[in-house]
Write a protein that binds this ligand. Structure first.
Ligand code: GLN
Length: 503
């Protein structure tokens, strides 16, 4: 039975793929180096922490890479920065990002485009937490803070050969983090390996700390209840032999899209094989709402962003532009401040979000997107063995939509511990090509990362070896992809252990 499941999963990934003869044997993460790796810090020293520029840290400006916040300082530490400082971390600096976190390649900053690491400078470092990924990859910090709304920690990890972890929604406090889309925003970590992240979250107890200042921070009681439901799982077992033994991993068939790079697809397959060798099971699963997740995300995130960014008007917040002789309260001040303060991607999101929230469009866009979000959550809850401790009453009547989804669901209930898929459909693109992309092309890149964000689930991207043609110089340079592992809500500790074992 086990082998027939695996063959089915294998068929899912390899459908219509011409297998290439030059697949190299799987190498360890540490061999998949880019060229300028600094040694990982030895224990005992203070952890150097790089902080994304939308997270407050005293002694540094917080600009969100936007002209509207140029030179802005916040006179307190974000809760997460305070928590890490209390645990011995030293903030080394603020790092580059996409303006307000809106982007996928760290190219929408008002100040600087983030470049990938040495040897790969011409390539995208991913976004929006690109600076955080590059800082840890270059050894400038052992740990970096990023934010992940729809993939912004996982995508840069995949493009730089680092580890990027997005925790369960509500686990880490967002107080002192400039909001992009509140119902999706999470604080995440980047590092060279899983270990410092597992240590901070589990061993040093970050997952247990509620913060009264953040209304979305999970209350202490709920944390205890969720943790108790996870029984033996709520511990961190770095690289323990047998972590994978007996676990079931689902390969979502809907993630095998035609745009998926052949080498990434093969890397995905190689990991599935390795899991089988380690005593795990790999089975195909169906998440039929996946194909609508991206559209749902790009309605919800801009809607929340438009609402959040309305406060930057030059009066309440934001650097005022009172040129043109108008410092009066007549609307010109607002318009000029916002016109010169925001970059084009941010403006695009504001226009999009304002439209989908307008009275004539609301039902067709925002409400529909919320329904799709529900279905995405239900897909995940159906395939995971563990139940979702936050399952709540249906807020919408989904019966009609569900019927369609059931028809498209090819596999019925499968029970898996984790889901396994690529983080990004391709290896990092050249920055030159990114500049030529339409906004839609760039949104498409988030297709694998937004479902977990919509469902608030923990997800991690770890480096994945991909086959390399030794005669192809570009392939030799880009010998890694990102492998994404997604877990059920509050299964973060086990997710980190599994990720550690697979990297
Ligand atoms: N690329 C996505 C966006 O632009 C995700 C960004 C993020 O997670 N902050 O919205």
């Amino acid at each position: 039975v086990r082998h027939s499941h695996f063959r089915a999963a294998r068929r899912v990934i390899s459908a219509q793929v011409q297998w290439r003869a030059n697949i190299l044997p799987r190498r360890s993460l540490h061999q998949a180096t880019i060229g300028n790796d600094a040694p990982v810090q030895s224990s005992g020293e203070a952890t150097r922490l790089a902080v994304k520029d939308n997270i407050a840290a005293t002694g540094f400006t917080t600009t969100c890479a936007s002209n509207i916040l140029a030179g802005n300082t916040i006179p307190f530490d974000a809760t997460i920065v305070r928590q890490l400082r209390e645990r011995g971390a030293t903030v080394t600096g603020k790092v580059g990002m996409d303006e307000f976190g809106m982007g996928t390649h760290s190219t929408t900053s008002a100040f600087e485009t983030v470049h990938n690491v040495l040897g790969l400078e011409e390539y995208s470092a991913g976004g929006s937490s690109g600076g955080s990924a590059v800082a840890v990859r270059k050894g400038e910090a052992e740990l970096a803070l990023g934010t992940d709304t729809g993939g912004s920690v996982r995508m840069p990890a995949a493009y730089t050969g680092t580890v990027g972890f997005k925790p369960s929604y509500g686990m880490l406090s967002r107080w002192g983090v400039v909001p992009y889309a509140n119902s999706l925003d999470t604080v995440g970590f980047l590092a060279r390996t899983v270990e410092p992240i597992g240590k901070a979250i589990v061993e040093q107890g970050l997952y247990l700390e509620h913060d009264d200042n953040d209304p979305t921070s999970l209350p202490t009681q709920a944390r205890k209840r969720c943790t108790a439901e996870r029984k033996g799982y709520a511990s961190w077992n770095p690289s323990k032999e047998g972590t994978i033994q007996g676990l079931t991993f689902g390969i979502p068939i809907e993630y095998n899209i035609k745009e998926l790079d052949l080498r990434i697809r093969q890397g995905w397959m190689m990991v599935a094989e390795e899991i089988e060798h380690l005593g795990g099971r790999v089975v195909p699963v169906s998440l039929p709402s996946t194909k609508n997740a991206l559209s749902s995300y790009y309605v919800i995130a801009p809607a929340e962003a438009a609402s959040n960014l309305s406060k930057y008007d030059g009066i309440r917040y934001g650097r005022r532009n009172s040129e043109h002789g108008s410092d009066s309260f007549d609307g010109i001040l607002y318009a000029k401040t916002r016109e010169t303060g925001f970059g084009s991607e941010v403006k695009r999101r504001i226009v999009l979000g304002s439209y989908t929230l307008s009275s004539e469009a609301m039902d067709n866009y925002f409400i529909q997107a919320q329904k799709v979000r529900r279905l995405v959550k239900k897909d995940f809850d159906r395939v995971f063995k563990l139940s979702n401790p936050l399952q709540d009453e249906e807020a919408f009547d989904l019966s009609e939509m569900e019927e369609t989804v059931q028809l498209e669901n090819k596999f019925g209930p499968a029970q898996v511990d984790f889901l396994l898929c690529p983080t990004a459909p391709t290896t990092p693109p050249l920055l030159e090509d990114v500049m030529k992309q339409t906004p839609l092309d760039s949104y498409m890149n988030d297709v694998f990362t937004v479902p977990a964000s919509l469902a608030g689930l923990p997800a991690i991207s770890i480096p994945m070896d991909i086959p390399v043609d030794p005669k192809n110089e570009e392939e030799k340079l880009l010998s890694f992809g990102g492998l994404q592992i997604i877990g059920q809500y509050w299964d973060d500790a086990r997710l980190l252990s599994v990720a550690d074992s697979l990297s």
